[in-house]
Design a binder for this molecule. Structure first.
Ligand code: HEC
Length: 158
């Protein structure tokens, strides 16, 4: 189901409405182009073995994990050194011993590929999402470099 702004108008627009609609349609055309630029990744054996970007940085990954925006991992996960965190998901202590970097990468890219009913956001997916605010259409929540930072940091949690 395309976003409502991508559907044909129910009645002929006029003036400013026409301009706004033209801009909205333009955004619809641009979004798939942005999505098409995502580096492709291959899911194999429950993971993504190939890094999405240059090797990540554990300190950046740690800072990202503890930040409310844009990752907000701690809304659901307890994590070492984080005082106020949610408990909707398993604590991340020891996750680097439980999961390989490839498994961690797939978790972050698109957890629904492991558990279709998961509540964990797909941090590196653009297709198949509904109710995405205009500013985010065609964009991933995190960049490829940020995913790699998190993979490196999570791998240190043993
Ligand atoms: C809205 C809640 C939510 C948010 C936000 C969230 N997760 Fe999750 N995550 C889950 C749930 C629930 C699971 C348990 C497995 C499942 O249901 O998919 C999970 C599983 C995981 C796992 C596997 C844990 C294990 O022990 O198997 C990792 C790693 C993970 N999340 C990392 C993250 C990181 C890093 C972030 C932030 C970038 C994040 N999650 C954001 C809900 C969330």
């Amino acid at each position: 189901m395309p976003p409502r702004s991508c559907l044909p108008p129910s009645r002929p627009p006029s003036g400013g409405r026409r301009l706004r609609r033209a801009l909205a349609l333009l955004a619809c055309l641009v979004a798939p182009a942005v999505a098409a630029q995502l580096p492709p990744y291959v899911i194999e054996d429950g993971g993504i073995a190939a890094p999405l970007a240059a090797p990540g940085d554990a300190a950046r990954g740690r800072a990202l994990l503890a930040a409310r925006d844009p990752a907000n991992c701690i809304l659901c996960h307890a994590a070492p050194g984080v005082r106020f965190a949610g408990d909707l998901a398993p604590p991340l202590d020891g996750v680097g011993a439980r999961l390989t970097p490839a498994q961690l990468r797939l978790r972050l890219v698109d957890s629904s590929r492991i558990n279709p009913a998961t509540i964990m956001p797909a941090y590196y997916r653009t297709e198949g999402l509904t109710e995405v605010a205009a500013a985010w259409r065609g964009r991933t929540v995190l960049t490829a470099a940020q995913i790699e930072d998190l993979v490196v940091y999570l791998s240190t949690l043993r």
